[in-house]
Design a protein around this ligand. Structure first.
Ligand code: PLP
Length: 456
């Protein structure tokens, strides 16, 4: 079996250079756009995560399961706008809902009927009775952290090392720390993940390890009666895909509650993508708060936060001011209503499950055929390839997996007409309700070509 020896890594570097040359050659107009953009857009892009190597890809449009770049290249879109395109592109139900609402006004800052339908449907799926809306995952998790603090009257929160919850101060801690600064594995250090965040705020966020209840218990014991709550991605999805071991999520809830602290599931990524009611319904563990965003709006910017009667009464009574000009925006609510009632249906999940299984089987076979040290991890519509022999159970395990193979694979897929999310081993593919078997076969075919290029 091949392992990631030095000579193999040199081969991978060569492969990356070859594929980057093909990539750039296919996209002269993207290069032109990037050059023009640099004059007026910081870094030539609209978010730092769009600054990808060898150059940002400028898109012209999306349709169904495909996106098209400004050079006219077609891609099966498994990037899904960083996991926000479960509906695919220009889904007729979303187009209809948005078009109808646009003609009736796009913003009032007063509630509209769709908000009740969306909240009721989320309550049914996720089992939490009361909901509010926001515009991005960052806003939803920021409200969750504030609400946990406000309700308990405590300042500290716990997050997981390697977990990402958006770009507000309290959660920009130990998102992607280097091993040198990360501290002991069972008791991770609090490492700031961004500049511009005062140390005093970083100091309020304690860091635990995924799948290790002991690391959470230790923090709760060390900071008795000071911890407001914990925020966690119930399946980690900013470090490939790392699932919870049996008993971890229910153990977290029991542990936190026994210390008078609360539990928030950040289902911004997992939300509708792993199943109709996210990990919450799948694992049958009800937290105090759930945060949703990304795919909930069918491609329109919307976030939701669901909570228990008790917590949301605190909001209703003005104990915590959950506010925002665009919260419950009618356009976003119309899109979310269509997403929940017409797009993310039981039938759509069955179809996605068939495609998930097809992708997993096809790629696993190519791994075996070529003797690669790798395995496939999937969760509903999401999936990734981990270039390691053993399953990963936490951030430290993720750090130890190979990134250069992931980068080479991304380029191979891209040049072969499949758009996976950039950033190597961090991200996952997203199968939308509009993908079909030929789309998945293109993914498998490109992977097989990549595997055989390494093998040879
Ligand atoms: C788990 C998770 N939470 C929160 C966020 C922040 O969402 P947004 O980028 O919409 O602010 C992200 C973004 O990738 C995420 O993956």
């Amino acid at each position: 079996m091949l392992t990631h020896t030095d000579s193999k890594l040199a081969d991978i570097d060569r492969l990356i250079s070859q594929q980057e040359a093909i990539f750039v050659k296919r996209q002269p107009k993207s290069a032109e756009m990037a050059a023009r953009a640099r004059g007026v857009l910081a870094g030539g892009v609209t978010s730092n995560w769009q600054i990808t190597e060898p150059q940002p890809v400028w898109l012209s449009h999306g349709a169904g399961s495909k996106v098209y770049d400004v050079d006219g290249n077609e891609y099966v879109d498994l990037h899904g706008g960083y996991g926000a395109a479960l509906a695919g592109h220009a889904h007729p139900a979303i187009v209809r809902a948005v078009r109808e609402q646009v003609t009736r006004g796009t913003h009032f800052a007063q509630p509209t009927a769709d908000a009740i339908i969306v909240a009721a449907e989320l309550a049914r799926r996720f089992g939490l009775p009361q909901w509010r809306f926001a515009n991005s995952g960052t806003e939803a998790t920021m409200d969750a952290v504030h609400l946990m603090r406000s309700f308990t009257g405590r300042d500290l929160i716990i997050k997981i090392e390697g977990g990402y919850h958006g770009h507000h101060d309290s959660v920009q801690v130990s998102v992607m720390p280097d091993v040198a600064e990360a501290g002991p594995a069972g008791h991770p250090a609090q490492v700031p993940s961004s500049s511009g965040i005062p140390a005093a705020i970083t100091g309020l966020t304690l860091v635990a390890s995924f799948n290790q209840l002991g690391s959470v218990e230790r923090l709760l014991d060390e900071h008795k009666d000071q911890v407001a709550g914990m925020i966690v991605e119930p399946i980690m999805m900013n470090a490939g895909i790392i699932g919870p071991e049996p008993g971890f999520l229910s153990g977290l809830r029991d542990l936190l509650h026994s210390h008078g602290a609360l539990l928030t599931f950040d289902e911004v990524k997992t939300g509708l993508t792993v199943g109709p009611g996210g990990v919450t319904a799948k694992e049958g563990v009800l937290p105090d708060l759930v945060c949703l965003a990304k795919s909930v709006g069918g491609g329109v910017s919307v976030a939701a936060i669901g909570g228990t009667e008790e917590l949301m009464r605190h909001v209703a009574d003005g104990g915590y001011e959950m506010v925002g000009t665009f919260n419950g925006n009618p356009l976003a609510m119309a899109a979310a209503r269509a997403m929940l009632t017409e797009v993310a249906t039981e039938e759509a999940y069955l179809r996605i499950e068939r495609l998930r299984a097809r992708a997993e089987a096809g790629i696993t076979k190519a791994i075996g055929d070529n003797g690669l040290t790798a395995h496939v991890v999937t969760a509903g519509a999401k999936g990734c390839i981990v270039f390691a022999a053993q399953p990963v159970r936490d951030y430290r395990g993720f750090l130890a997996t190979d990134d250069s193979y992931s980068n080479a694979h991304w380029l191979f897929q891209h040049n072969g007409g499949v758009f996976l999310p950039p950033w190597g081993k961090i991200e996952q593919w997203l199968i939308s309700v509009q993908h079909d078997e030929p789309d998945i076969d293109r993914l498998i075919g490109n992977f097989a070509a990549f595997a055989s290029a390494i093998h040879s």
